[in-house]
Design a binder for this molecule. Structure first.
Ligand code: SAH
Ligand code: SF4
Ligand code: F3S
Length: 480
């Protein structure tokens, strides 16, 4: 994709960028990639060919950090043989470990915190210019999301991420994010709307609005003209060629009637929403300091489903939180079934130094964490597979996303409520197009759709009626 930023370098340099962690990290990776390429760098797949090796890192669990330390270890020899090789660690691990990262990994040249990556190319220049080490951490002088942005580094031409806020003002006891990402910083509404318009002009049909707690958007801005996620959805509704809008991730505490109403009237909002519950036991939720119990969570979901009966939900879960008994764990299974989540991400608790939960003994053995992880995922699959067949016979629409893996000659996509669907390919079909379909069959895993006309841009969604489904009951009476 072309860019309007002039190339300022004539000598070709190459970089390798490896990204770990959440969608926000991948988004920031896209911005870094575009900025380096605009300055004449080429991206290469292997560190052997790279002049600059960059790791955009995550600290949320110990495993994510250890993976990067492992990869850094593998680069020691390369740095000895090629002292000009520049190695940079960017993002949450840089924020968490700070200068100490140089002690453990002396061959690293750049440690760049999450709010400083827009200056990354100047840090590389400084190291190439002879500076021994560059370390930039903490608050930045200017907003991370500068008004002029180049998202040509995104992987799909039709789908893009857009950050609406960064940071987190909550304090879940297990979580490192607030300490590495800092306090909430929302972007001005006009800036986000402009960015989305620009992307749509470039052919983007789907946008994911990103934020650590995306529904808290605007609460940190001055009260007079304070925007909200609800207002943002209303503004984006006017962009005709934007067909699908997703949001990642909501915190139950910020869900209110205004937001539920705005989602319900948005023609683009995909009714497939991540509202992580984390645990089904009120005792564990309290230890996690999530700020809600299961009854408050139910109320928020009831509010959303009252306005959008077809809404499907996604949850994150932590299993093996310190002190989680098998009865506590079973409450997670019960809540998964009761709410009827369509998708779950399950994580084994990982103690993070500096968090409050770190002070509580991590007393659930690793095998039990693993067992609970596998069980919860297996249950999630059962719940999801029980839901989709009820949709057969309905009319809906889907975005053509990619070639279906299990069905040759088919596209895979999702219904407007997130159910996986495959549709036979036809001449003229392309990724990012929206297609009205009838759901004609369910093969045990996916729905099969039949096209009802030509794919087109700007087509309003056909909403599906809420499914008549039988969600399996959580098994009871066993110990894990
Ligand atoms: N802001 C989001 C989550 C961001 S972190 C929210 O509040 O829901 C992404 C996920 O990582 C969390 O939802 C949680 O399930 C998981 N996670 C965070 N800290 C963890 C830890 N110490 N151990 C295991 N999983 C963790
Ligand atoms: Fe972490 Fe909680 Fe903030 Fe999510 S809401 S980022 S889990 S502190
Ligand atoms: Fe990881 Fe940082 Fe995202 S810790 S989950 S990359 S905010």
């Amino acid at each position: 994709m072309s860019t309007t930023i002039p190339q300022i370098r004539s000598d070709a340099r190459s970089f390798q960028l490896r990204v770990f962690g959440c969608q926000m990290n991948f988004y920031d990776g896209e911005l870094m990639r575009a900025s380096l390429m605009a300055r004449g760098y080429t991206e290469v797949a292997s560190s052997d060919q790279a002049d600059v090796v960059l790791f955009h890192t995550c600290s949320v669990r110990e495993g994510a950090e250890e993976r990067v330390h492992g990869l850094l270890g593998e680069l020691r020899r390369a740095k000895r043989e090629r002292p000009d090789l520049v190695i940079g660690v960017i993002g949450c691990m840089a924020d968490r470990e700070g200068r100490e990262l140089f002690d453990r990994e002396p061959h690293v040249d750049i440690v760049c915190g999450s709010r400083h990556f827009p200056q990354l190319d100047s840090f590389i220049d400084r190291v190439m210019g002879g500076e021994e080490r560059v370390c930039e951490l903490g608050e930045a002088h200017s907003a991370v999301d500068l008004p002029v942005r180049d998202l040509s580094g995104r992987p799909a031409h039709w789908s893009a991420h857009v950050a609406v806020m960064r940071g987190c003002d909550l304090n879940c006891t297990y979580c490192i994010v607030p300490s590495v990402r800092g306090r909430v910083e929302s972007r001005p509404l006009v800036e986000i709307v402009d960015e989305v318009k620009r992307l749509v002009d470039q052919g983007v049909t789907e946008v994911h609005l990103l934020g650590q707690t995306v529904d808290s958007y605007g609460r940190d801005l001055p009260s007079g003209e304070r925007p909200s996620l609800a207002r943002l959805l209303d503004e984006l509704a006017a962009i005709d060629d934007l067909m699908r809008l997703r949001m990642i991730t909501l915190h139950p505490s910020y869900i209110d009637a205004d937001l539920a109403n705005a989602m319900a009237r948005s023609p683009q909002f995909m009714r497939f929403l991540p509202v992580p519950l984390q645990a089904g036991s009120d005792r564990v939720l309290k230890l996690m300091k999530r700020g809600y119990n299961t009854s408050l969570y139910r109320k928020r979901i009831d509010l959303l489903r009252d306005r959008m009966p077809d809404l499907e939900l996604i949850s994150d879960w932590i299993v093996g939180f310190p002190g989680e008994t098998s009865e506590d764990y079973l409450e997670s299974e019960r809540m998964l079934c009761e709410i009827g989540f369509l998708q779950s991400y399950v994580f084994q608790y990982s103690p993070r130094p500096g968090t409050r939960a770190y002070e509580i003994q991590d007393n659930v053995p690793a095998e039990i964490k693993k067992e609970r992880n596998n069980r919860l995922l297996a249950l999630q699959r059962k719940v999801a597979y029980a839901k989709s067949p009820g949709l057969v016979g309905q009319t809906t629409s889907t975005m053509l996303e990619q070639g279906a893996k299990r069905h040759g000659g088919h596209w895979s996509g999702r219904t407007t409520t997130g159910h996986p669907v495959v549709v036979p390919d036809q001449p003229g079909y392309d990724a990012g197009m929206q297609l009205a379909i009838e759901l004609v069959e369910h093969d045990g895993r996916s729905l099969i759709g039949k096209a009802l006309g030509e794919p087109r841009r700007g087509q309003p969604h056909t909403r599906i009626a809420p499914p008549e489904t039988v969600v399996p009951e959580a098994p009871t009476g066993f110990t894990v």
